[in-house]
Structure formats: structure tokens, C-alpha cells
Write a protein that binds this ligand. Structure first.
Ligand code: PBG
Length: 326
């Protein structure tokens, strides 16, 4: 008997009916940069098509995204002044704090605001931890990260996303939030964050490249996969509600195994370099931007990511609505 495999590609309707991978606009998180100042809305040279706002103009960026169907945001702050202790991060009048108050009062609960909790945007040396005797002091950093998280939550953030890869961060932030009556606030931890060149454009956008050394002492070596599983296990035990794998495209194997092993939702962060690479190749005429964007986003979702943090959030939302993906 001649058994033919019917490939379900006939009409567009059939193709969409039988898709194995479903992507929803609800799964998209859009990262936005806020810098100190007034009336600022500047395109980022390292991230073409992405804008850096001041706290008073950020609503414009949020509104455009909401119109396209994206309701969740990940905020990064750039303070005017950076110091050794990253004090701009937990200043009640700091740039993210101002932005949170403004957005919350303009949009109420129609938007979901997640804030990056790290020192590197606020320290003069650009490292994610406090420097003591020329070394990153993991434990001395923890109380500062808790202060940043608490201060964000008090100003209206819905979720803390610690990204500095200091050991014990989730436990320490969880305890601080619980002690202040914020036990309902979830933590999305950058649990498996690799030391990656793909963060290059972000470091320019957030002006946070390390001034000496690199981040290899606290971010993970890309040769290691099992280490990701180990770190995620620890973060979940410490109280992480959602775990991030970052970057996304070069780490699909990690996303795949993590999503099979753990029950927590997995977020994949498709980082600045992944975005910039598609943009640059498209600008040179080497690649179709829309196609590359759709194909890579679906691959991350197919690998097992529940949530996709991406600079293409608005465009992906439009593609989902059109039925091109999802
Ligand atoms: C802060 C942080 C970084 C990114 C997210 N949070 C930079 C880094 O670790 O160097 C990178 C995001 C991106 O590249 O889009 N620790």
C-alpha cells in the first residue's frame, strides 16, 4: 500500500488550523529604555527603530505598543549620575521610579509593568554588583538589589526582574517584598543568563558597558547547558515565579530542556544583538526583515518559551493579528 503523508499546507485556513506552535500577543513583552531628562524621544543608533524616552514622554511609546496589541513592558533606566553604589537605582525620585508613577497614573491597570532590577545601569564602573577590593562582592550587592526592587514596586511596578546573576538574589528580594506586604508581587528571574556578545547594542543603549574586566565571573559560560538547569532549579527554590533564558536564538536547546524539566513559565529574552543583527542584514538587503523576525520568534516559541521578551514586540503583534504567525 502506498501511504502518502499529506502535508497540511493546502489552504491558508488549513495551514493555520494545524499549526503546532501558537504565539499570542499576550505572550509578548516589550523592553523600553527611560533616561533622565525632559521631552526626550531619541532613536537608538545601536537599535534602529527603538526609542529612548524620558519619564514624561514614555507614555507615547507605551501607547503605540498598546495600540498594536502589546500590554506588557520591561523597563530599563538610565540615571543622570552614576556612582560606585548605583544609588540612582533605589532613589525614590529616580528615573524608573518617575516613569512608573507617570505610566501607572496614565494607563492604570491596562498595562503590566516589569522592571529590570540590576546595578549595572546605575554604577560608574558598569558592573552588576558592588565592587569591594577590586572584586564583585556578591553578598554586599544583595541588600541594594532588594532596595531597588522594593522602590520600584512602591512606585507601581507589577513584577521585579532581577538580572544581575548574583547568587541569592531571588531569595533576598522575595524576603524583602514579603516583609513589606508585597507577597503577591511575582519575581521573574534572569536565571540562565549567558555571558554573551549579543548584549552589545543594549550596553550602548543603556550606557552600561563594564569599565573594566567583563561579566564572565557572574554570567554563564555558553559551553554549559546543565549549569542552566542547576541555576534555574535554585532560583525556583528561592521563589522565582517565572524564569528567563537569555539570549534566545543561540540558546534554543536550553529553552527546550528547561521548559520540559520545570513547571514554571519560561521567558526567552531575544536580546539586542539578535534584533540588531536582523535589522542590519535587512538594511544591507541580505535578508527579509519581516520573514526573519517571524521565523526566529516562532522558533523560540516552538522550543518551549511561554513568554517572549523582544524588541520586535509591536511588529510581531501585528504579524500575529494578520495570521502570518501564531
Ligand atoms: C542588565 C541587563 C543586560 C541586558 C538586560 N539586562 C545587559 C548585560 O547583562 O550586559 C541585555 C539585554 C539586551 O541585550 O537586549 N544586567
Amino acid at each position: 500500500m502506498n501511504i502518502r503523508t499529506r502535508r497540511l499546507r493546502g489552504s491558508g485556513i488549513l495551514r493555520r488550523m494545524t499549526r503546532e506552535t501558537r504565539l499570542s500577543c499576550d505572550a509578548l513583552v516589550y523592553p523600553l529604555f527611560v533616561r533622565e531628562g525632559k521631552g526626550i524621544s531619541e532613536e537608538l543608533p545601536s537599535l534602529p527603530g527603538q526609542t529612548r524616552y524620558s519619564p514624561d514622554t514614555l507614555a507615547k511609546g507605551i501607547e503605540a505598543a498598546v495600540k498594536s496589541g502589546v500590554n506588557s513592558f520591561l523597563l530599563f533606566g538610565l540615571p543622570q549620575i552614576k556612582d560606585e553604589k548605583g544609588s540612582g537605582g533605589y532613589d525614590e525620585t529616580g528615573v524608573v521610579q518617575q516613569a512608573l508613577r507617570n505610566i501607572r497614573s496614565a494607563f492604570g491597570n491596562d498595562v503590566y509593568l516589569i522592571t529590570d532590577v540590576c546595578l549595572c545601569e546605575y554604577t560608574s564602573h558598569g558592573h552588576c554588583g558592588l565592587i569591594v577590593n577590586d572584586k564583585i562582592d556578591n553578598d554586599a550587592t544583595l541588600p541594594l538589589l532588594s532596595r531597588i526592587a522594593l522602590s520600584h514596586i512602591r512606585c507601581g511596578s507589577d513584577m521585579a526582574a532581577p538580572s544581575g546573576m548574583m547568587d541569592g538574589t531571588v531569595k533576598s528580594i522575595r524576603a524583602a517584598l514579603d516583609a513589606e506586604g508585597f507577597s503577591d508581587i511575582p519575581i521573574m528571574s534572569y536565571a540562565a543568563k549567558y555571558a554573551s556578545v549579543f548584549y552589545g547594542p543594549f550596553r550602548e543603549a543603556a550606557d552600561c558597558a563594564p569599565q573594566f574586566g567583563d561579566r564572565k565571573t557572574y554570567q554563564m559560560d555558553y559551553h554549559n547547558g546543565k549549569e542552566a538547569v542547576k541555576r534555574i532549579k535554585i532560583d525556583i527554590e528561592e521563589g522565582a515565579d517565572i524564569v528567563i533564558v537569555k539570549p534566545a536564538l543561540a540558546y534554543l536547546d536550553i529553552i527546550s530542556s528547561v521548559s520540559k524539566i520545570f513547571n514554571a513559565p519560561v521567558a526567552a529574552y531575544s536580546v539586542s544583538g539578535e534584533y540588531a543583527m536582523i535589522k542590519a542584514a535587512a538594511a544591507s538587503g541580505y535578508i527579509d526583515e519581516y520573514g526573519a523576525m517571524c521565523e526566529s520568534a516562532v522558533s523560540v516559541s516552538r522550543a518551549g518559551a511561554d513568554i517572549l521578551i523582544t524588541y520586535f514586540a509591536k511588529e510581531l503583534s501585528a504579524a500575529i493579528k494578520k495570521g502570518d504567525i501564531g
